[in-house]
Each structure stands twice: as structure tokens, then as C-alpha cells.
Design a protein. Structure first.
Length: 392
């Protein structure tokens, strides 16, 4: 399998893949490579690796050689000449009155070409400027207009996080960034908070986009209908994507309450289908209430058919009533039966006394000590009745 290594041609430049030949190359080594612009000095960013032929789309260019001391000295001299060329070009731009901002001057390693990078809001006619620069430097001149992102990438700086800019350190190309990414990550849409040094949306919004897309698949949106496990209905008030938490707003009797739930404990319906879902839930609730009422009626009907078990209080009242009746019957049997006070077995009875008087009165004498043979009354002793002949 062929061997491949990656080389970055200039600071904040893209990586190019080359054939290392037989050189013993390590990360950070300076090498001379052949490019479309000519020979240039680059820095190795990836160690030598073996790859399959299928992954190589075009023939690889070869690394010319490792940089020698003379090469490094010439490279340093080129940097000095680039600074002088930058100052001269800036004066020429001012002299011609062109509305353009010079960013950088860049020599090739063999100094056969000098490139000037600039930015401008619109199109600039710099033909006269190119003629003056060619006469000044006696080499091939190229002016290249770049965007604000490439400008920031070349100049460098610190981001809002306090670290060097991503495009200056490790990004090799610019991926598209949209405002949708900020919305999915639940960020403030204030341009000053989500824009980078270049004035465009921050490139780091794209770093976590894939993770947020995965997490947002299970999360509802604000305003959606949320139903808890107990059947309570509320409105999604806020979401925490990283913690997978949902704040739900409940309204009962003009009282508002916000509770937080795990997203797995809720059944959510999008806002546009909320009315249909609320109608369906109301219908299901009415059906459940109707079934519960029917079941309660059937249970009550069954309970009416079955004998009711006597409660302890009723049983005690019943026993007390029976004891009272038995007590009254005992009094009647003993001759203490109330106002009639009859003695069924020879006891005192006013009615019987009155009947005896109507049937002949008292047959004996002796005041209170009298005994009646046929229905009379006795006060505790006997008295012998005599007939008209004086015999017993």
C-alpha cells in the first residue's frame, strides 16, 4: 500500500497530501514541496501512514526534500521581503485611491511570484496598481480578493472563549453555518452573542451540531402539549437539551405552576396538532368517566341484592333492646308489671279485685288479713270463712 503524509503549506493554510518517498519524516518537520504556484515551504502535520489505493483519488505529488539550513535561511529572508512588499503595496493603494484593505503579502520559496491578499466590499479595478507593483518588484504579481473569514484566518486573534481562533489553529476549511444551528442549540439569537471576530456566525456552532441534532429528536418544542403519566395536561414552557429535562406549565383555576420532568416521563404533541389531541384526550376521559359510573352503578346494584352485614353499633343496639324486653318480661312474671301490676300466679291485680267486688265482695273478715278463695287477694296471712251455720 502507498504511503501518505500531510503538509500544511503556510500558516492557517489547508493540508495537502504528498508522497514522502524514502524520507524519515516527523510531525513539525519543514519540507520543500511542489505546488501550482511553484516550490514552497510546508510543515508536516500528519505522520507517514499507509492507505489503500481506493482512498487515493489522484496521483500524489512528491516531497522534494527536507529543509536544509540554507533553505531555512532563505525562508526567513522571504519573510523579511514580504514585510517590505506589504508596506510598499499599501502606499501604492493609497496613491491610487482604491477602496481595498491589504491583508498580506506572500512570496513563493523561489521568489518567482508575489501574491497580495486584500478584502473589499465590492469589485475593485486594480489594473494600474498591478503595473506599478510589477515595475517595483520585477517579478510576477498576483492580487487575490478574499472574504472576511479568510481575512480573520490570516490575521488571527482570540475568540469569545478566550482561546485562539479555531480557523487559525486547526480548521482546514470553512463549513456552512446557519442560524438554524443556533436555534437547535437553544442559544440566544442576538447577533452580538453568536457572531465571531469576523462578524459572521461562529464556526464552533458547527462543532456540536451533530450531537444537538441527535438530542433534539426526543425533545418537544415550546408551546407543545405535554401529558404526564398521571394524565395531567400542560404546555411545554422550556427545555434543557443537554440534561434532557422539560419544564411544563400547568394552569388550574387561574393558578399557574411550572414543574420539571424527564422527557421520557411525558407524552408530547406538536403545537399544530394540539387541538386535535386535546379533543381526543377529552373524549377518552369522558368515556372513562362513563365506564366508571356504569361500573359503580352495577356494584351498587349487586350490593343491594346481598344481605348487608350487621354493624357492631346496630348489633349492640339490638342486644340492648333484647335485654330490655327480657327485663320487662321478668318483671311481669314476678308481679311488677307497671300500672296493671298483675301477678299471673296469684299476684296483685286491681282488675281482678274489682271483678271480685262485683261478684260478691269480700267473703271474709279480718281487715287486711283476708284470703279470697275465688280470685280474692291476700296480704300475707289466711282467714277462715264461715257459712251461716257457723261451720268451716
Amino acid at each position: 500500500m502507498p504511503k501518505v503524509t500531510a503538509v500544511r503549506l503556510r500558516l492557517a493554510g489547508n493540508n495537502g497530501y504528498y508522497d514522502p518517498e524514502e524520507y524519515n519524516i516527523h510531525i513539525g518537520d519543514k519540507v520543500i514541496v511542489e505546488t501550482d504556484r511553484g516550490e514552497e515551504v510546508g510543515e508536516v502535520t500528519i505522520p507517514v501512514v499507509e492507505v489503500s489505493d481506493e482512498k487515493i483519488k489522484e496521483p500524489l505529488k512528491k516531497i522534494e526534500r527536507l529543509c536544509t539550513k540554507e533553505d531555512l535561511s532563505q525562508y526567513a529572508e522571504n519573510k523579511r521581503l514580504e514585510a517590505e512588499a506589504y508596506a510598499i503595496c499599501k502606499d501604492k493603494i493609497k496613491h491610487h485611491g482604491l477602496d481595498m484593505k491589504l491583508i498580506r503579502a506572500d512570496y513563493t520559496f523561489d521568489r518567482r511570484k508575489l501574491t497580495f491578499y486584500f478584502s473589499a466590499e465590492g469589485r475593485v479595478d486594480f489594473r494600474a496598481l498591478v503595473k506599478d507593483l510589477a515595475q517595483e518588484f520585477r517579478t510576477r504579481i498576483e492580487l487575490r480578493q478574499i472574504g472576511v473569514r479568510d481575512e480573520t484566518r490570516i490575521l488571527g486573534g482570540l475568540g469569545v472563549c478566550g482561546r485562539p481562533l479555531c480557523c487559525r489553529t486547526f480548521l482546514t476549511d470553512f463549513s456552512p453555518v446557519s442560524i438554524k444551528m443556533a436555534k437547535e442549540q437553544n442559544l440566544s439569537l442576538n447577533p452580538t452573542k453568536i457572531s465571531g471576530v469576523c462578524g459572521r456566525l461562529m464556526c464552533c456552532l458547527n462543532n456540536e451540531e451533530e450531537a444537538y441534532e441527535y438530542l433534539n429528536r426526543q425533545m418537544p418544542r415550546r408551546g407543545d402539549l405535554a401529558v404526564t403519566a398521571t394524565g395531567e395536561q400542560g404546555t411545554v414552557y422550556n427545555v434543557n437539551i443537554l440534561r434532557q429535562k422539560v419544564a411544563v406549565l400547568f394552569e388550574k383555576n387561574d393558578v399557574k405552576e411550572v414543574k420539571e420532568f424527564d422527557v421520557g416521563d411525558l407524552t408530547c404533541t406538536p403545537k399544530k396538532y394540539r387541538k386535535q389531541e386535546e379533543a381526543r384526550l377529552a373524549e377518552e376521559k369522558a368515556k372513562r368517566d362513563e365506564e366508571a359510573a356504569a361500573a359503580a352503578w352495577e356494584q351498587a346494584k349487586q350490593e343491594e341484592k346481598q344481605p348487608k352485614p350487621e354493624s357492631r353499633e346496630n348489633r349492640e343496639n339490638h342486644d340492648s333492646h333484647e335485654n330490655h324486653e327480657n327485663h320487662r318480661n321478668d318483671h311481669r312474671n314476678n308481679g311488677h308489671g307497671g300500672n296493671n301490676r298483675g301477678r299471673r300466679n296469684g299476684g296483685y291485680n286491681k282488675n281482678r279485685r274489682n271483678n271480685d267486688h262485683r261478684n260478691g265482695g269480700h267473703k271474709g273478715e279480718g281487715g287486711h288479713d283476708r284470703s279470697v278463695k275465688n280470685g280474692g287477694y291476700s296480704s300475707g296471712y289466711t282467714h277462715t270463712n264461715k257459712d251461716s251455720n257457723g261451720t268451716d
